[in-house]
Design a protein around this ligand. Sequence first.
Ligand code: FRU
Length: 488
Amino acid sequence: KVWTKEERYRPYQEWDKTHLALLKEKIANSKWRLGYHIQPNTGLLNDPNGFSFFNDQWHVFYQSYPMGAVHGLKSWYHLTSDNLVDWKEEGTKVFPDSLYDSHGVYSGTALPVSDQLFLAYTGNVRDDNWVRHSYQLGAWMDESGTVQKIETPLIAAPPKGYTSEFRDPQVFRYNDRYLMVIGAQDETEKGKILTYQSSDLLTWQCKGELEFTDKEMGFMIECPNLLVTEDAALLIFCPQGLEPDICSYGNIYPNTYVIGDSYDSEANCLIQPTVLKNLDEGFDVYATQAFQAPDNRLLSISWVGLPEIDYPTDQEEWAHCLSSVKELFIKDKKLYQRPVAEMKQLRIGEAIELNKDSDSFFETETNQYEIRLSFDPLSSGTLTLFTNKEQNEGLTINFDSQHGKIMIDRSQAGTVFGKEYGFVRSFSVEQKPLDLQIFVDSSIVEVFINEGEKVATMRVFPETHQTGVHLECDGGYQGKLWQLRKTN
Ligand code: FRU
């Protein structure tokens, strides 16, 4: 089906009442629906928005286009949780229904302020000539979950010298005021991050460009996220059109980060920033959001999906999911990303022990499981997920811990897609005894290496019989496999 512009931007209420019900019926037959990840009921999910802790609960929203698996008229869909693994769907919360967001309630963040949650987002507007106008907008959500938009834009236009590619505000407290970082493009079409400050959240002054690199950041930066802690400043962002010699990447657009010793608000720069690094070594992570929770943990969540790429579930009228929640640690200016401790609450029953003496093939039957494997020094081998008894298909994870090399190949894992960007990702890890912790959920895999030194996330689209795990290794290992429960 080819979607016309008119269809993609048709107001939700003008769709036939039966449309969503029909989509749901179609989706119910999908073999790729997820067991414990956030996924759309219908249509397309993209960026996580407003990840926060408010009113004694975790909150996350996501970019939603419910009418089909395309980037259409976006809104914010809301979920709440008590434990970061069981999420309750609260429904669409911020609708594209005002003059300033008529063509999409685009990405943004949330900040608890006394007994309300402040939402900052981009209003996307197309004029009669289909020229884009971007407004940074605000809204308040109260404890009952009712959202009230602030009528006038927080920022009505980009500053002079910047184009209307100006979006994805992140608002946070900094000392006695509020700061906002926004993804931007300057008039020479270079990707930038702009910083604003405010004392009341309603009037904002531009502080100029955030300095964090002396390299060119492609043509546009999306979803900037600055986390300033007592010991470091972590900047996560999505540069589009980045030269690969600045940071090598395989995906259409990378999700990257830099770490500074701290953030200098006077100079609006990161102090001694590292070079750019990939946040994820896999195939599908984008638009990651992170914040410091009241319990001081740094928590992140990502969109697992990429702009401008067709995925196999598009045929089924739904697309993409969010990652599991991760806890971030910064040590010696290095980032570690680990599954949040609450993920243990998904385990059902006793773990199955895996070691050299156990069978090298294991039938999970469910494709909802966690594997933990600790290898003897210098081991190399191949772990295959989504395989069968004959072992002629599956997702292969090749490891060589002596040389600190990992290679992941999804070409035989089921229905393939994204051919243009390759089926293999290779990357290096520390040369030490390898530790793997892997979460599998129907059509997503999240691989944590050496306690979060590297993470590789990917979608795969296997056939229903592909539920086996096979491990071939030249050394010894200790491992466990837990079946995980469904939360959806
Ligand atoms: C990133 C992005 C954001 C924008 C949103 C629109 O995936 O393009 O820059 O706000 O998606 O859905």
